[in-house]
Design a protein around this ligand. Structure first.
Ligand code: ZN
Length: 349
């Protein structure tokens, strides 16, 4: 139904009107991984197919938007000099597929992008733990998991046909893997867990579709239109432990700085979890802007340490992407907020 309404709004001229009304605001797009094997089938929010990503870039190219580097866009907001209908492309985490799939397309269309790179898994070269576990469990053809205490500690059995059980099972497997104290033990667990589920861990590892870029690849990308920036060392940014949060940025910076020739002053909250208590830590670390996963456009009324983004992925129908690019969705959000505010003020009377 929503899709039909969007098409009606598009063809009745409302998209064009909203694009004009909201032209001074900045749209920040957010991507994660780009499909190499079949990963978008079980994690469509996290991965996008090459064809879909190219369709998005082609659309931006054909629809008179200004794709800017993040630095320029932040400056434009601060100086009130942002070009009309500006868009920034950001990519979180730094999967290997950024180099293999996304970069050639970005280069083809001449678009800059900001890459928020986490560093711990970049150094180990192993697949990203939570994504790997979820992928193995989502793609297994087995209907159940029978625990073997010797190999899998306190992981309990699971009926894999039940989505609710499966979610809890994924969490418990991730927690178990985090208790293992060496990368050899973690890798051994991945192999045995894969065998149990009849999923080929070696193939996942070799194709690197759930692994991050390595140092030399980040170095190579940093000399192109890709601007490498901060995303914490281990994808953790605690809200109640300033010292630990600060250390996450310091480590991330220490590892990335020798690979980039630009200052690392832009940050993305891991998993979009943020609070205002983070702001003093970020300011102390010299961070100028930070992006969240909250939907919305950006202008000078938005705090630079809590910038809004649109999360694009294989789960997003193209018309929904069009509605964001034409800023129609922002008009709807503003309208919704006004209605809910007027409702709550009516209740207060
Ligand atoms: Zn992330």
């Amino acid at each position: 139904m929503k899709i039909v309404i969007l098409y009606v709004c598009k063809y009745s001229g409302l998209f064009l009107l909203s694009k004009y009304l909201m032209r001074k605001k900045l749209l920040i797009l957010c991507y994660h991984g780009f499909e190499i094997a079949d990963e978008s089938q079980c994690r469509p929010k996290l991965f996008i197919k090459k064809e879909t990503f190219e369709r998005r870039l082609k659309y931006l190219h054909q629809h008179s938007v200004t794709v800017l580097p993040l630095d320029k866009a932040v400056e434009g907001i601060e100086n009130d000099s942002l070009a009309d209908n500006s868009v920034v492309i950001t990519i979180d985490d730094g999967f290997y597929s950024v180099l293999k799939v996304a970069y050639p397309l970005l280069h083809k269309y001449g678009f800059p992008a900001t890459l928020y790179q986490m560093s711990k898994d970049m150094l180990t070269g192993m697949p990203v733990l939570p994504v790997l576990i979820a992928y193995m469990i989502e793609t297994t053809t087995k209907n159940s998991f029978i625990p073997n205490q010797h190999k899998f500690g306190n992981i309990e059995g699971c009926d894999l046909t039940c989505p609710e059980h499966k979610e809890k099972f994924i969490d418990s497997c991730i927690s178990f893997a985090r208790t293992l104290d060496s990368s050899e033990k973690v890798e051994q667990f991945y192999k045995e867990f894969g065998n149990e589920l009849a999923v080929d861990y070696e193939n996942i590892k070799n194709l690197r579709f759930l692994s991050l870029l390595n140092e030399s690849e980040v170095l190579a990308l940093a000399s192109t239109e890709i601007n490498v920036q901060l995303h914490t060392h281990s994808h953790q940014f605690p809200q109640n432990n300033a010292a630990e949060a600060s250390l996450e940025i310091k480590k991330n910076k220490q590892i990335l700085e020798p690979l980039t020739e630009q200052p690392l002053v832009h940050f993305c909250y891991p998993a979009g979890k943020w609070s205002t208590s983070h702001w003093s830590i970020l300011a102390k670390e010299g961070v100028k802007s930070a992006t969240t996963c909250l939907p919305g456009l950006n202008d000078s009324s938005v705090n630079m340490l809590a910038l809004n983004r649109f999360l694009d992925g294989e789960n997003i129908p193209h018309i929904v992407f069009e509605a964001e690019v034409y800023r129609f969705s922002e008009c709807i959000r503003i309208l919704r907020n006004k209605i809910s505010r007027s409702r709550s003020s009516t209740r207060d009377i």
